[in-house]
Write a protein that binds this ligand. Structure first.
Ligand SMILES: [Zn+2]
Length: 247
């Protein structure tokens, strides 16, 4: 992970994502296949996770549903939320003797103000600053992964670049080597869609990349078909030759 010189700015950006409503830009696609970017509003990640605990219909704010559905508790989300609340509380206690607030958002924002003060008065080393940044980033990423788990699809065609069909993935599992990972945040969004080959690491990203991959597979299949026809023809000709010789 590379940190810019403005590490406090980087930390504040993560704190904001966790504690404040924010916007992200996603790549969308029109019916004609043209890509465009659109801003999408999100609640604070901590608020979204808290909502997810009590919602069986996902993390969308105001995602109604029947009362019976709303009363379902997502125990994974609850466990994750409790753990994050405790981590943020520990951060807060590290920097102040004041009583923690009830909400983790308040604790985290109060922590940042105090932590920035310590950094500015040079009481904190660079390693500590970077460790805090990594910790908060892990928390934010874990919430995003929970709210929006990636869908993984396998493509049965061989890789058009290296022709491999199978390879071993990061978890040591032998599987088809062309995989597509997608995080569909909104309808038609192609942001965070990525195809890659586990064998040769070729990568295709976003909508344009998906179309490129489709094209390459088609071309490879055409090539393979031509090859098969040629091979069949060679077999037929050699069979004819053999028959002639035996006549
Ligand atoms: Zn490949």
């Amino acid at each position: 992970m590379h940190l810019s010189n403005d590490t406090l700015g980087d930390i504040l950006a993560v704190v904001d994502r966790l504690t404040l409503p924010h916007k992200t830009q996603v790549l969308m696609e029109t019916d004609a296949g043209a890509e465009y970017k659109e801003w999408i509003d999100h609640d604070a990640l901590l608020v979204q996770l808290r909502d997810a605990v009590r919602s069986s219909t996902g993390a969308h704010p105001g995602a109604g549903g029947l009362a019976s559905e709303r009363s379902v508790i997502d125990s994974d989300a609850l466990e994750q939320y409790d753990s994050i609340v405790a981590q943020i509380r520990r951060l807060y206690i590290e920097v102040t003797d004041s009583t923690p607030f009830k909400q983790p958002e308040s604790n985290l924002r109060a922590w940042f103000i105090e932590f920035r003060r310590q950094v500015e008065s040079r009481k904190v080393g660079r390693e500590v600053i970077e460790a805090k940044y990594r910790k908060l980033n892990r928390i934010a990423s874990s919430i995003e992964a929970k709210l929006n788990p990636p869908t993984v699809l396998e493509i049965t065609a061989p890789c058009p670049r290296c022709q491999a069909t199978h390879a071993t993935d990061d978890d040591g599992i032998y599987r088809r080597c062309l995989i597509v990972e997608s995080r569909i945040t909104e309808y038609r969004s192609l942001d965070h869609t990525r195809a890659r080959c586990l064998a040769c690491s070729a990568t295709w990203i976003h909508g344009r990349g998906m179309r490129q991959l489709r094209y390459e597979i088609d071309q490879a299949e055409k090539g393979e078909l031509a090859y098969t026809v040629e091979q069949d023809a060679a077999v037929i000709f050699s069979t004819i030759e053999a028959v002639r010789e035996n006549v």
